[in-house]
Design a protein around this ligand. Structure first.
Ligand code: FDA
Length: 307
């Protein structure tokens, strides 16, 4: 089921069908407060009332048209302005392929650099999402260059990739902020751990590595991007046992998932960010959300039959 849904996320035909259907749009709204920046900002204010900060991302990937890339950049600048004006504790996350990485790596890096510069008016971090494995090496290299200019930028690292232990070591070496996630794409067993227990074990190992005294002394930062309550409890226990302050790391979850856990963590003195994705290009992203929990397909079907 997971493989089918992830393969479906690349289908143009399915995308056209899904985006036209009201019942799919209704199901998507579970994970997205709306398609506009106003919707995302309004949701951010609501979350702030519960002590939750946010990360905002405007949906889009594999953009191959220069004028579309320019529109994306303009949108992110407007997002940054609005975050500042509205005084929100909001960070920004982008995908390099949304900035034209498939068209020209230099172009995407120039745009990312200009955006991260622009975002320095905000107190928070500027994140680079990690996409499929075809982009891993290039994304880390782009991040390395970006970070040399903008130390407040961070990168997502996927625990399911076998290479991630080495990547985390290198990133710790230059004090990077790492948003550790399990990984959301379809990857072959030659490069990714195929079983859930292996991925979970690797996630915990990497999280603990980023939280070591030595890594922290170098300036490394952990944002643990997961809804897995078992992993979250293990990390909380580890932090308490090592005497590291609870606000010396951050948990991050996706909008619409694990709300009770988000509030529980915030009340327990942890930093929590909710990643809000919004926009009209939601199809491949939504298919990845379905693939993470195939039971979500039942939710779409229930919407389809109105029940
Ligand atoms: P797991 O899949 O084991 O889920 C644990 C529990 O969480 C489930 O039992 C269920 O209760 C709940 N849950 C998880 N997913 C759900 C869903 N879709 N619907 C309903 N319930 C769900 N990936 C990537 O490749 N690159 C990236 O840059 C990012 N960025 C990112 C940022 C943040 C803040 C988060 C939280 C996640 C990402 N991801 C990501 C996605 C990540 O790789 C992963 O696919 C999801 O977080 C799901 O994995 P969990 O860690 O939640 O564990």
């Amino acid at each position: 089921m997971r493989g089918l849904l992830l393969a479906g996320s690349q289908s143009e035909w399915l995308r056209r069908q899904a985006t036209r259907r009201g019942f799919v749009r209704k199901a998507v709204s579970r994970f997205m407060p709306g398609e506009s920046l106003d919707d995302a900002l309004q949701a951010s204010h609501g979350l702030a009332r519960d002590g939750l900060s946010v990360i905002l991302t405007h949906l889009g990937e594999n953009v191959r048209d220069r004028s579309e890339v320019e529109a994306v950049v303009r949108h992110y600048r407007e997002m940054i302005d609005r975050i500042q004006v509205e005084g929100l504790d909001a960070e920004v996350s982008i995908k390099l392929t949304q900035l034209g990485f498939d068209l020209s790596r230099e172009l995407a890096l120039d745009h990312a650099s200009a955006l991260v510069s622009y975002a320095t008016r905000l107190p928070g971090r500027f994140w680079i999402d990690m996409e499929g494995s075809a982009y891993t090496e290039a994304t880390i290299e782009a991040y390395r260059r970006l970070r040399a200019e903008h130390p407040r930028s961070g990168i997502a690292i996927q625990a399911y990739l076998k290479r991630s232990a080495a990547d985390v070591e290198a990133l710790i070496g230059y004090g990077a902020a790492i948003r550790l996630v399990k990984g959301a794409y379809q990857e072959p067993a030659s490069i990714a751990f195929p079983s859930r227990p292996e991925v979970d074990a690797r996630f915990l190992e990497l999280a603990k590595r980023i939280l070591t005294k030595e890594a922290r002394a170098r300036g490394a930062w952990l944002t643990a991007g997961t809804h897995d309550t078992r992993l979250i409890s293990e990390i909380e226990r580890h932090v308490d046992a090592t005497g590291w302050p609870r606000d010396g790391l951050e948990f991050a979850m996706l909008y619409g998932i694990g709300r009770a856990e988000q509030v529980r963590l915030a009340r327990a003195g942890c930093r929590v960010r909710v990643l809000i994705s919004y926009g009209t290009h939601w199809f491949p992203w939504y298919m990845r959300r379905l693939a993470e929990r195939p039971a979500n397909v039942a939710f779409v079907l229930r919407n389809m039959f109105g029940g």
